[in-house]
Design a protein around this ligand. Structure first.
Ligand SMILES: [Zn+2]
Ligand SMILES: [Zn+2]
Length: 131
């Protein structure tokens, strides 16, 4: 039973983080609510990768310091999770958070590379969508 709880929380955290990342991208990455996040993402990252040039030979690291802002809600949810549900759920939550970061970082890198290791799965979809 505990393994099912662990898997459900970890997978649920992944989907929750994915939705939150999408929402935060639009509401903070593209609006001047937090200046450092807006500059790192909308100005520098999208400046480096405009819709007309989404791929480069090497991935350009520009916004990693802005990721620290994601740490604030993550730590708040971690504290709530520990106080309300204990160590099993909190550990599953942390696994879900870590997997989300690693997987999304990998996908984002591959998205911007001229020769992505994921191209073999494209099956003729040469046109990548604008982020
Ligand atoms: Zn990007
Ligand atoms: Zn964006």
């Amino acid at each position: 039973m505990q393994i099912l709880i662990f898997i459900n929380v970890a997978v649920g955290t992944y989907y929750f983080m994915s939705v939150m990342q999408t929402v935060l991208h639009r509401y903070y990455g593209h609006k001047q609510r937090i200046r450092a996040v807006f500059e790192a993402h909308a100005i520098r990252h999208h400046g480096q990768y405009p819709p007309s040039k989404l791929q480069t030979e090497d991935f350009v690291e520009l916004e990693s310091h802005a990721l620290y802002y994601y740490g604030i809600p993550i730590v708040v949810f971690l504290a709530i999770s520990y106080l309300a549900f204990g160590p099993l759920v909190t550990t599953a939550y942390m696994v879900g958070v870590l997997f989300t970061f690693v997987w999304h970082y990998y996908l984002h890198r591959q998205y911007h590379l001229n020769e992505s290791s994921l191209d073999r799965y494209a099956h003729g979809h040469a046109q990548r969508l604008s982020p």
